[in-house]
Design a protein around this ligand. Structure first.
Ligand SMILES: CC1(C)CO[C@@H](CC(=O)O)CN1
Length: 431
């Protein structure tokens, strides 16, 4: 029997100290997709897709050595799947030397949107810059043209804020101050008060977010005269957990009071229309049930709400495998016209690599994570969701489709003072 296996490498962050261990849910999701595409007789007819997985621990060095093992050991690989921005940066910068496409299911760094450095990179995970047009849209909706920025000094937030500044300039929104901090936000928050900041965009990881919120409470930078934009992918009760362990000297009540009313933006990773059948024949809720089953078998206590890391991003990994299978299928059809197949691919065969690139570049299908399509930089085109914390739970306020400039608004927003807070001190002239 001729060898009709098509091999791809999978680099998953499974466990480690730093970064994101999203491989815990993303690897099972990728394996579900592998089974589904191999079960389809109308895809890669006669060929079988095989995934060779390894743990990167979200460390670029280990990711690089895992990549070399995949490439220097048979069988020949056709493409690499990877997660974590740091690992994707290393793998995607090197992969071009082997004419390999890299599909990242868990990388949000804006630095990856760079075809000069990463000519073969595609990602089903949107860049962190996907929040920015949504933030601008909300500022325009509520008439805020004077804002402040508070950020943690991390590469992903620095490049996201650079992009936000560019959007603000284009939209005539003034940034009165841009404060950044390494790990202690107290000086930065104090400076916000000095600059009379009222509408503040906050960009930091969740541990830093708790420190910021307690400082906001102490400096009374919350309530009816302030609006905070936070990132929406923290866990729902992020502002009232771990306070003791992280030395936050605010009580749960104080944190809740400071958090009341803040807005969040996040990229949609689960197809919103829960009844919509996707390319796999499943709805996103069907996918959730199958993923939960696979995770229970892997030993996770899903019913006890003990979710593995990467659960939120699992649809991105599932759809990444579908994007590969569909692109290989398209490439196979093209090669067969010349009596060739993907089995003819070698690490020095740029021609076939270009065919695979073209096929991925023109991806467009409805996956469990929504419409899967890439920008010319290989970035995932995604919808964003806007929420607001009201009485301690997040309320959906709307969705934004940047491509169509279409804001779906549910008119659910509540303001502490009963009206939209102004972006500056309003002087009322006594007549
Ligand atoms: C939304 C988040 C948590 C952003 O970081 C991604 C990981 C990374 O960019 O390294 C995973 N998804």
């Amino acid at each position: 029997r001729p060898d009709n296996d098509l091999h791809i490498g999978g680099i998953f962050p499974m466990e480690g100290e730093g970064g994101w261990q999203g491989g815990q849910a993303c690897m099972p999701a990728a394996e579900l997709a592998l089974a589904d595409v191999n079960a389809r007789s109308d895809l890669l007819s006669g060929f079988k897709l095989l995934l060779h997985s390894n743990d990167s621990k979200c460390e670029p060095g280990l990711g690089a050595s895992v990549m070399y093992n995949l490439l220097y050991n048979p069988p020949q690989k056709l493409l690499l799947l990877a997660g974590c921005s740091t690992v994707c940066t290393t793998v995607a910068e090197a992969a071009k030397m082997w004419n390999l496409m890299v599909l990242c299911y868990g990388a949000s760094s804006p630095a990856l949107s760079d075809r000069a450095r990463f000519p073969t990179l595609f990602r089903t995970h949107p860049s962190a810059t996907v929040h920015n047009p949504t933030r601008i849209k909300l500022m325009q909706k509520f008439g805020w043209s004077r804002i402040a920025i508070l950020q943690q000094a991390e590469e992903v937030f620095i490049s996201t804020v650079d992009d936000l500044e560019a959007h603000c300039k284009k939209s005539g929104i003034e940034i009165v101050t841009r404060q950044s901090f390494l790990s202690d936000p107290s000086d930065a928050v104090r400076n916000l008060r000095r600059q009379d900041a009222r509408v503040i965009v906050g960009l930091f990881y969740v541990v830093a977010a708790r420190r910021v919120l307690c400082e906001v409470y102490k400096h009374r930078l919350y309530g009816k005269s302030y609006v905070w934009f936070f990132i929406g992918w923290y866990e729902d009760n992020w502002f009232e957990t771990n306070l003791e362990r992280e030395g936050i000297d605010c009580t749960v009540e104080q944190m809740r009071e400071a958090a009341e009313g803040h807005l969040t933006t996040e990229a949609l990773m689960w197809n919103q229309n829960a009844n919509q059948t996707t390319i796999s024949g499943m709805t996103s809720e069907d996918f959730r049930s199958r993923l939960n089953e696979a995770l229970r078998e892997a030993g996770y206590d899903i019913d006890g709400e003990r979710f593995p890391e990467g659960y939120q991003e699992a649809p991105l990994a599932y759809d990444a495998v579908w994007a590969v299978a569909l692109a290989f299928n398209k490439t196979m059809e093209k090669l067969e016209k010349n009596g060739l197949s993907l089995k003819n691919f070698t690490y020095t065969n740029k021609k076939i690599a270009d065919d695979i690139y073209e096929a991925i570049n023109s991806t467009s299908f409805l996956g469990v994570s929504g419409l899967v399509a890439f920008s010319s930089q290989g970035d995932r085109i995604a919808l964003t969701q806007i929420e607001q914390l009201s009485n301690n739970h997040y309320v959906k306020l709307g969705y934004y489709d940047t491509q169509a400039d279409n804001l779906t608004w549910l008119d659910k927003e509540q303001w502490v003072g009963g009206k939209v807070p102004p972006d500056r001190t309003v002087v009322v002239n006594e007549l």
